[in-house]
Write a protein that binds this ligand. Structure first.
Ligand code: ZN
Length: 229
C-alpha cells in the first residue's frame, strides 16, 4: 500500500517537483521535496481499546496527516463494529489483539486467558482485520501464563516505550509532547477514544516530520517500529 512516503510515490513527486519548479520557482519545489523526504527512522503509533464510535474521527485525522498506526482492538468491539475494523484496514492501519473484554489477565487462569485471546483473534479476522500477529495485554499486565498463551497463537507481546497518558486525562499539548520524546524504533501508547488524542494528531505528524521520523509498522520479530512492508 503506497499511502506512506515509500518508493511508489517518488516518481510522481519527482515529476510534480520538476513541473512546479519550472512553473513557479524554488519555493514550491522545496515544499514538494519536503514531502518526499527520507525517513531517518520509524516510530510505532498505537491506539488501544477500539473500535468505537470515535474510530472514524481518529482514522480521518490519521489519513489526513499521512500517518499509519497499529490499532489494538478489543474483540468485543471488533464483533460489535466490524465495519470499523474494515475501515481501519482500508485506512492503512495494522490491527492487533487487545483481549476480548479488557480484563486483568494476570488475575485469570490459563483457560480464561486463552478464551480472551482466541475469541479476539476470531472476531478480528471475521470482521476483515486479518489474523493479528501482535498482542497488547490490557494495562500492560503480563506473566508467564499470558506469554504461553500468546505463544500458542503466534502473537508477539507489544508494550510501549512512551505512555501518552491520554487515558489519564492528558491535555493535547501533553500528548503532543509525549510523541516528541519518541526515538527510532520506539512505540507510544495512545487510545481510540480520547478527544484530546484526535486533536493531537496534526501536531504529532508535524513534530515527527520535523525530526524526519515516519510512522511505521511494529515488527512481529523485534517488537520495534520499522518501515512498512
Ligand atoms: Zn486497553
Amino acid at each position: 500500500m503506497s499511502t506512506g512516503r515509500g518508493l511508489p510515490l517518488r516518481p510522481w513527486t519527482t515529476t510534480l517537483a520538476a513541473v512546479a519548479l519550472a512553473a513557479t520557482g524554488t519555493l514550491t519545489f522545496h515544499a514538494v521535496a519536503a514531502q518526499a523526504a527520507t525517513c531517518n527512522g520509524y516510530v510505532g503509533l498505537t491506539f488501544d481499546d477500539g473500535p468505537s464510535g470515535n474510530t472514524p474521527a481518529l482514522l480521518g485525522a490519521l489519513k489526513q496527516n499521512g500517518l499509519r498506526a497499529t490499532m489494538f482492538n478489543e474483540g468485543r468491539y471488533a464483533a460489535a463494529y466490524p465495519a470499523q475494523v474494515k475501515a481501519q484496514v482500508a485506512a492503512g492501519m495494522w490491527v492487533g489483539n487487545h483481549s476480548y473484554t479488557h480484563p486483568h489477565l494476570t488475575q485469570l487462569g490459563q483457560t480464561q486467558i486463552d478464551s480472551e485471546i482466541s475469541r479476539t483473534q476470531q472476531a478480528v479476522a471475521a470482521a476483515g482485520g486479518g489474523t493479528p500477529g501482535l498482542f497488547r495485554p490490557p494495562y500492560g499486565e503480563t506473566n508467564a501464563t499470558v506469554k504461553a498463551v500468546e505463544a500458542k497463537y503466534g502473537l508477539t507481546e507489544i508494550l510501549w516505550n512512551v505512555d501518552s497518558q491520554d487515558w489519564n486525562g492528558a491535555s493535547t499539548n501533553a500528548i503532543v509532547a509525549a510523541a516528541g520524546r519518541l526515538t527510532n524504533g520506539q512505540v507510544i501508547l495512545m487510545h481510540d477514544w480520547p478527544a484530546n488524542t484526535v486533536a493531537a494528531i496534526p501536531r504529532i505528524a508535524q513534530g515527527l516530520a520535523a525530526r524526519s521520523l515516519c510512522a511505521g509498522m511494529i515488527s512481529p520479530q523485534t517488537g520495534r517500529a520499522v518501515a512498512p512492508s
